[in-house]
Ligand binder design. Structure first.
Ligand code: PEP
Ligand code: MG
Length: 838
């Protein structure tokens, strides 16, 4: 047992700020022989990752695990700052407990602190006492802290003794179950575990008790239905606090668990399996995506208004969570949706709500008071020894921010919102990302990306590939539960996130990175060599871009043209559309950067997963089947004409091709062409080549007819796959099956090529499988003249095609058309072209 002595306590000090206070505590730790001076930097480093303010005026600075070697012996010091030090949480810290931990012996002290925390009056007394012995007595457990003054602990009445469920104790699921039962009664319910007392109706309060499996608990109730409440609670404990519902789904949300990994993924860390969206392997600290910096005023003049705002925000966040729960339930099943139910329970916490209202009464704004309350609770949870319970801190912060967004004064405007990232590189975890959020990510700061939802052909995945950020999507909500700062491996090739990797996992990740790095370097050196197969057939390799600056990057990466410029990205994340001049400048910049090489400018493809709120288009029940792409251009002909004017003006500077997205019928093509021709005459541009995306099944079926009207086709396999297989490209459950190498999709490609050949036009592909090592071979074998791929894939696809013969690719493509599914197709390509894992 770790004993605190009076020599380890300093009273009545002052500090100018948090850093000063931590340095002071660190110096005391050095004086007491607990640490080497270098550990102080690590304590400051930890503070940058996560604030160590516990609540009730107590902070517990300690170093990062990597600095354990600088700990000479495990121990703590207590430094008192009676005037308080701002710890960034809205409340001053008065007792700063510096912890030097080689092992986990300090946890007992933390538990005592948790007891003190439950009693703000006791914490206040210790924060100002002139008697070091009083602090020593409480932290050594000689004087138990006075009982917590909460409503729950004052419950005096009948009580029962129950046993916490084994093996995990009162973690999120059983605690949620207990809260649900307790809330059915009017009685106040207090749950006491040793020194701590929790409110039986508050999930956070119960979690903070840190109850482990098998621990005895006393449940006390007071109120007119106290006996009935205790009977129900006893029954719930006897049923294990985890009853299955009548429909077979768990009635209480299970703590998020990792999806079992595919059998051949052998990691020691916890594997969260998703699907591969962008290749590459990286290791680093996890960071949960936050779109905006939320700014709240500290004080507010009108308390009544703030009370109302709080109630409205809680109701709004609750409605969001119920919708999310329903949506995930439908798409991903009860287990994956459970996290949102748990979040709802965290939101509906009477203690947190009451404390926030109390903060408002003390003159704070609703946002300030709410943030102080949830941050204080989350801080306490994060310090609990049980990782399962500590993990709930991330949930609480997530829920807290959901409400805070509705209370914030400056919730990041639509035009300016960016990911709030720390100043060191991270692996970003997110519920899902808007394509425009992804486009703004800085690859220097984001080592990898893992989303709970989404699919491999979502635009988020597409942008991650173009930025060369390894990415995994459709990993389920477990990915959001990892906690900031936790070390993870993101393997974009295997489609997994590995939490808490072992040395062996790390070594293998490093080896994979080195191998891939060497191969890519070799490919990069040959990037300007054309993709000519061993039997002399050439396939043009172009790049997909979405930003004017990328045109030059594409050429530098070895692209022989731009096969798809997604112009809609010029329209995202702003308050109004770019005007003709702005667009003209953007297109001209790209055309000039191409230096005579062709560029295909696709006209606006808004809709589906690319929203442009300022257009105020009516919400769609099925956005991918609605007013999207060329259909939207006809609805908003003003936008279409402006864009065409800018494109056609830019065409005077170099070889521009114009391509329409989502063409489903010959009538649409005729209309788009007629408008383009009118605009061309208006701006006095010369003729330009016109092409269409082939991404709708009706266009494939009508390919022979459509081909007579255009100069080229470019097959959009991302959309074609979703429409042919009737699988939403964003669907987290169906995404793994929505593989563009499915024979049904390949047969569509074959038919498109046949239609195009009859009319004598060329066909390319710009969907994701063009950049896939197996896809590139098969599409070439099916007769495509051009493959347009993400910039980082240009060199590897060229190298891949230079290594095979077209005759073999054609034979493989013929065989693939006869396969039963995509897995069989992939196996076939692996067999025939071994060693092609680009
Ligand atoms: C496609 O659908 O394959 C395509 C290239 O277009 P987008 O991904 O932008 O919809
Ligand atoms: Mg498309």
């Amino acid at each position: 047992m770790l004993a605190l002595s009076e020599t380890q306590v300093r009273l009545g000090l002052t500090a100018s700020d948090k850093t000063d206070a931590i340095r002071t505590a660190g110096r005391v730790m050095v004086e007491c022989g607990l640490i080497e001076p270098g550990y102080i930097d690590s304590m400051l480093g930890r503070e940058r990752v996560a604030a160590t303010y516990l609540g009730s005026g107590i902070a517990i600075p300690h170093g990062l695990p990597q600095a354990r070697d600088l700990v000479r012996r495990t121990g703590i010091v207590v430094v008192q700052f009676p005037g308080g030090v701002d710890w960034g949480s809205g409340e001053p810290a008065r007792l700063v407990v510096g912890i030097a931990a080689k092992s986990d012996e300090h946890i007992a002290v933390l538990q005592r602190l948790t007891g003190v925390l439950g009693d703000p009056a006791e914490a206040e007394r210790l924060g100002r006492t002139g008697d070091a012995g009083a602090i020593v007595a409480v932290l050594n457990g000689e004087a138990a802290p006075a009982p917590a003054a909460s409503a729950a602990s004052s419950a005096g009445g009948p009580s029962i003794t129950v046993t916490a469920p084994v093996p995990h104790g009162l973690h999120a699921r059983p605690a949620t179950a207990l809260v649900e039962v307790a809330k059915r009664f009017r009685a106040e319910i207090a749950v006491s575990a040793g020194v701590g007392v929790g409110n039986g109706k508050s999930l956070v309060s119960l979690l903070r008790l840190g109850v482990s499996g098998g621990q005895p608990l006393t449940v006390t109730a007071s109120g007119d239905d106290a006996d009935a409440a205790l009977a129900a609670i006893r029954a719930a404990f006897e049923a294990g606090l985890d009853e299955p519902a009548a429909d077979g789904a768990p009635s209480h949300p299970p703590a998020p668990v990792a999806v079992p990994p595919p059998a051949d993924l052998d990691y020691d860390g916890t594997v969260i399996a998703g699907i591969s969206a962008s290749p590459g392997v990286s290791t680093g600290p996890a960071w949960t995506f936050q779109r905006e910096e939320l700014v709240v005023a500290e004080t507010a003049p009108d308390a009544a208004a703030e009370h109302r705002r709080l109630d409205q925000a809680l109701a709004g966040a609750g409605a969001d969570l119920r919708n999310l729960h329903e949506e995930f339930w439908k798409k991903a099943g009860a287990a994956k949706a459970a996290i949102f139910k748990a979040h709802l329970e965290l939101l509906d916490d009477p203690e947190m709500v009451a404390d926030t209202h109390a903060g408002i009464d003390r003159g704070h704004s609703a946002g300030w008071a709410w943030r102080a309350v949830y941050e204080e609770r989350a801080g306490t949870l994060a310090q609990l020894a049980d990782p399962l319970l500590a993990g709930r801190a991330a949930d609480l912060r997530d829920v807290g921010r959901r409400v805070l967004r509705l209370l914030a004064d400056a919730p990041g405007t639509m035009g300016g919102s960016v990911a709030a990232l720390p100043d060191h590189p991270v692996i970003l975890l997110a519920e899902d990302l808007e394509p425009s959020d992804t486009a703004k990510l800085d690859p220097a700061k984001v080592l990898g990306l893992c989303t709970a939802g989404g699919g491999a052909t979502s635009h988020t995945a597409i942008i991650a590939r173009s930025l060369d950020i390894p990415a995994v999507v459709a990993a389920g909500p477990a990915a959001l539960d990892v906690g900031n700062g936790r070390e993870v491996i993101l393997n974009g090739d295997d489609g997994v996130l590995v939490v808490g990797p072992s040395d062996r996992d790390r070594a293998r990740a490093t080896a994979a990175r080195v191998t891939v790095g060497e191969r890519r370097e070799a490919e990069r050196l040959d990037r300007y060599k054309p993709a000519i197969t061993t039997d002399g057939k050439r396939v043009e390799i172009a790049a997909n871009i979405s930003d004017p600056k990328e045109a030059a990057t594409a050429i530098e990466a070895g692209a022989e043209g731009v096969g798809l410029m997604r112009t809609e990205f010029l329209f995202l994340q702003r308050e109004f559309p770019p005007d003709e001049e702005e667009q003209f400048e953007a297109y001209r910049t790209m055309v000039r950067a191409m230096n005579g090489l062709p560029i295909i400018l696709r006209t606006l493809d808004i809709g589906g997963d690319k929203n442009v709120p300022y257009l105020r288009m009516p919400a769609e029940g099925n956005p991918f089947l609605g007013v999207r792409g060329i259909r939207l251009c006809f609805e908003r002909e003003d936008l279409f004409r402006t864009q065409l004017r800018a494109m056609l003006r830019a065409s005077k500077e170099g070889p521009v091709r114009i391509m329409y997205p989502m063409i489903a019928t010959p009538a649409e093509l005729a209309k788009a062409k007629a408008i383009t021709e009118q605009v061309r005459r208006e701006v006095g541009a010369g003729p330009v080549e016109i092409g269409i995306m082939i991404e709708v099944p009706s266009a494939v079926v009508m390919a022979d007819r459509l081909a007579r009207e255009v100069s080229f086709f470019s097959i959009g396999t991302n959309d074609l796959t979703q429409y042919v297989l009737a699988m939403d490209r964003l669907h987290p459950v169906l995404a793994p099956q929505a593989d563009g190498l499915h024979p049904a999709v390949l047969r569509m490609v074959e038919r498109t090529v046949a239609g195009a050949r009859a009319a004598g036009i060329w066909v390319g592909a710009c969907g994701g499988i063009a950049g896939d090592p197996a896809g590139a071979v098969l599409l070439a074998g099916l007769g495509l003249a051009e493959l347009s791929v993400a910039i980082p894939a240009v060199a590897s696809v060229k190298a891949r095609l230079r290594g095979i013969s077209m005759a073999d690719a054609e034979a493989a493509a013929r065989a693939a058309l006869d396969c039963a599914d995509a897995a069989e197709v992939r196996a076939l390509v692996r067999d025939r072209f071994p060693g092609g894992a680009a």
